[in-house]
Design a protein around this ligand. Structure first.
Ligand SMILES: [Zn+2]
Length: 311
């Protein structure tokens, strides 16, 4: 399906403009699905796998034409992981090969060989300056990502009373990776909504939120991102209390330790530092329902961005 060896970059489209459009869309819409998005990031993971820093069955390094590539393994098949730049080039090559038509076919061909999301492919197609001399209006074809399940708990945290903030702590954990977000949260409902909206803006809205109590309260709280059109639907479900209690206990222990080491300084700052620490430490991933399954995955394999962006 690959097109001929003509210099496709300058053929038909304004390559640089299209690429800037694509990269902007990826950034603005948090399009990446959580796999690695830069060439450097891919190389780093390859190195970590070869040096056995990462032990995983789900990612495999393969040598092809004297270059090392990273593949994701799904069942018995391997899909090459592309950086954003590689995704753009790969999608556009196929897009030109199919004469700027057959969008769905383009998507399925790319996804047959590569580990890349539909949203990401669409962003590249939407960036084509021939199909769209003017950039397509945002949000018409690109949806904000959801797809992630998060565990949520809001608890009192009163080790040190803060003057301007209510003493509640939000513990928000991604269900598969245990990536954690910690925030001081006001106890007034509107303030809680604002804190949650900020998190949704930064990390993308959730698809499913798991809680262990007060189902109606959390449903109300998570209705707001839906009513302002931020997310099509957020499902809130109850799960066994011990899972949420474990999340909270782990965070409380870390945060209490930070407060003690820093002579009870403001924990609204401490929770960001604890969050960074918890997310950058390689940890055992315990998936809901399968407490024996263990995987060591650094969060930047799952999430875009370096640690200092994640405070
Ligand atoms: Zn086109």
């Amino acid at each position: 399906m690959a097109p001929g060896k003509h210099d496709w970059k300058t053929l038909f489209i304004d390559y640089d403009v299209a690429k800037q459009r694509y990269l902007k869309a990826v950034k603005d819409h948090h399009i990446n699905t959580g796999l690695i998005s830069t060439n450097a990031g891919i190389q780093r993971v390859i190195k970590d796998i070869e040096n056995k820093v990462i032990k995983t069955e789900h990612f495999v390094v393969k040598l092809r034409r004297r270059r090392k590539y990273l593949y994701q393994k799904r069942r018995t098949r391997f899909f090459r992981i592309l950086s954003d730049e590689e995704t753009f080039d790969t999608v556009l090559k196929h897009h030109f090969g199919l004469k700027h038509q057959h969008e769905r076919l383009t998507i399925s061909i790319v996804r047959k060989y590569y580990s890349v999301s539909q949203r990401n492919i669409r962003a590249a197609l939407n960036a084509c300056t021939r199909c769209y001399p003017q950039p397509p209006p945002p949000d018409t074809r690109i949806k904000l990502p959801g797809g992630r399940t998060w565990r949520l708990n809001i608890v009192p945290f009163a080790i040190n009373v803060l003057p301007d903030v209510s003493n509640y702590l939000l513990v928000y954990k991604e269900n598969m990776t245990n990536f954690v977000i910690l925030r001081p949260i006001p106890i007034e409902f509107e303030g809680m909504v604002v804190t949650l909206l900020k998190i949704c803006l930064e990390f993308g809205p959730p698809n499913v939120v798991l809680v262990s109590e007060k189902l109606d309260f959390y449903k109300d709280l998570l209705q707001k991102p839906v009513t302002i059109g931020f997310s099509p639907k957020i499902t809130v479900r109850l799960i066994p209390a011990d899972i949420i209690a474990n999340d909270t206990a782990e965070v409380e222990a870390e945060l209490t330790k930070w407060c003690e080491e820093n002579e009870n300084k403001d924990w609204d700052i401490g929770c960001h530092i604890v969050q960074l620490k918890m997310n950058t430490t390689k940890k055992k991933i315990i998936r809901f329902g399968k407490p024996t399954q263990e995987l060591e995955i650094p969060y930047n394999l799952m999430f875009r961005g370096e640690a200092n962006n994640m405070l």
